[in-house]
Write a protein of this length. Structure first.
Length: 425
């Protein structure tokens, strides 16, 4: 499928039915699979032949979605997980261990920030946070001997900051470590980070990919480009894995070393797998991803322009506005659009922002973003409430800030809803 454009891949990749088979990939709701003899099962366990044996490791329906997302991102392999957070956890756990160090940008999704800042610290993994617009020189200064990963988001949630992908990848590669990027907001329709040097791409598929707010999910995509052996910093890929019959991942799996280890070792041991049912729904959502993202972005652009001229709005953050700090970065890495999320400050701060939100009818208050229906959220009192004021400020969030996830409705209806909200305050 790799010669097709993304719009075609959204509907065609991952599954080609054989004669008489269902046109759309069916749900294989089964934990286990039958074999004629023990020999075959042994080969599967030894990773000597391909096939399904237990749905904690692989399942035909999940496999279809993994292949589709992999193709959309231009990777060599992908693994779907139970949620975006589990994808991020496993992507990290596959290569970073107690006593080692991560560098991450500070404006990332609140859940990811807490994972790095609290939970992984408890497991002995330390993270240094840097601003999204960190200079190359400053980023290089944070590298330590034990740094094993640089982590960021293409478009940060909810600050809508855009990372300089090529620069981050360069610093990572000069130091023999991979660059992992969360591409949830941009989606592969707007940006394919692997083309700019990212080694690992993670997703919360619960957002635009699913698109209908019906199924939690995540995905890890392996670019296949990072040379684990040459780096010398990841002996797990070059030395036998005692927990897996002494397999040496780079030898046996080559460019698929990372994603294979993620599955047969880390997924095997943690079980954060996507369910076949979720994969079915996600596959359905992915069919229309390109169409929806295009509409989300054109609607959001119109609304950002409307808000930026509104006398009750103090400031608008949207990388598609020419006055936005990240406009040039957006033009470079995602000229088709960034996402459908617009962030803005209502004049009068927290109180006025809450009053404005209470008046809205079409834009509903939801702890979610990036689905077909317009929704609205106040990050400081919801998704980011664990953060101190200093951490909030560092993540680019203010008390009166509102995050509007623009849906695919008619844009005039959304604007009319916002207008009646503003006129009430
Ligand atoms: C929502 C989100 C996550 C977490 O994903 P879940 O599916 O909710 O676990 C991670 N990163 C980003 C950018 C997100 O928006």
């Amino acid at each position: 499928m790799s010669n097709y454009q993304v719009e075609t891949k959204c509907v065609q990749s991952g599954y080609t039915p054989k004669n008489g088979e269902p046109r759309f990939a069916p749900i294989v709701q089964s934990t286990t699979f039958k074999y004629d003899d023990g020999e075959q099962v042994g080969k599967l366990f030894n990773l000597e032949s391909e096939g399904y044996f237990y749905s904690r490791l692989a399942n035909p329906t999940v496999d279809v979605v993994e292949k589709k997302i992999c193709d959309l991102e231009g990777g060599v392999g992908a693994m779907c997980c139970a949620s975006g957070m589990s994808a991020i956890m496993l992507a990290i756990m596959n290569i970073v261990h107690a006593g080692e160090h991560i560098i991450a940008t500070n404006a990332i999704y609140g859940g990811s920030f807490n994972l790095l800042n609290v939970s992984l610290r408890k497991l002995g993994i330390e993270t240094t946070f840097v601003p999204t617009d960190v200079s190359e020189e400053e980023l290089r200064k944070e590298i330590r001997d034990n740094t094993r990963l640089i982590y960021s988001e293409t478009v940060t949630n909810p600050g809508l900051e855009i990372v300089d992908l090529e620069m981050f990848a360069r610093v990572a590669h000069d130091n023999g470590i991979p660059f992992c990027v969360d591409n949830t907001f941009a989606t592969p329709i707007n940006c394919r980070p692997i083309e700019y040097g990212a080694d690992i791409v993670v997703h919360s598929t619960s957002k635009y990919m699913d698109g209908h707010a019906v199924a939690m999910g995540g995905c890890i995509v392996d670019s296949g480009k990072f040379d684990w052996a040459a780096s010398g910093k990841f002996p797990e890929f070059t030395e036998p894995d005692d927990s897996y019959h002494g397999v040496v991942y780079v030898k046996q799996f080559g460019e698929l070393a990372y994603i294979t280890k993620a599955r047969v070792q880390v997924m095997r041991d943690t079980g954060m797998i996507m369910s076949p049912n979720t994969a079915f729904l996600l596959n359905l959502g992915l069919d229309t991803l390109a169409l929806r993202v295009e509409r989300h972005c054109s609607n959001a652009q119109r609304i950002a322009e409307y808000l930026s001229k509104h006398n009750k709005v103090e400031k608008v953050y949207y990388p598609g506005l020419s006055e936005d700090k990240y406009y040039d970065m957006a033009q470079k890495y995602m000229p088709k659009g960034t996402s459908g999320v617009v962030s803005f400050l209502v004049k009068g701060g927290r109180e006025k922002a809450m009053a404005f939100m209470a008046e809205l009818k079409l834009a509903m208050i939801c702890v979610h973003v990036a689905d077909a229906r317009t929704c609205i959220l106040h990050p400081a009192s919801s998704t980011h409430r664990q953060m101190t004021d200093e951490q909030l400020a560092a993540a680019g969030i203010e008390g009166g800030q509102i995050r509007l996830s623009v849906g695919i409705e008619n844009v005039e209806d959304i604007i009319a809803d916002l207008e009646q909200g503003f006129s009430a305050i």
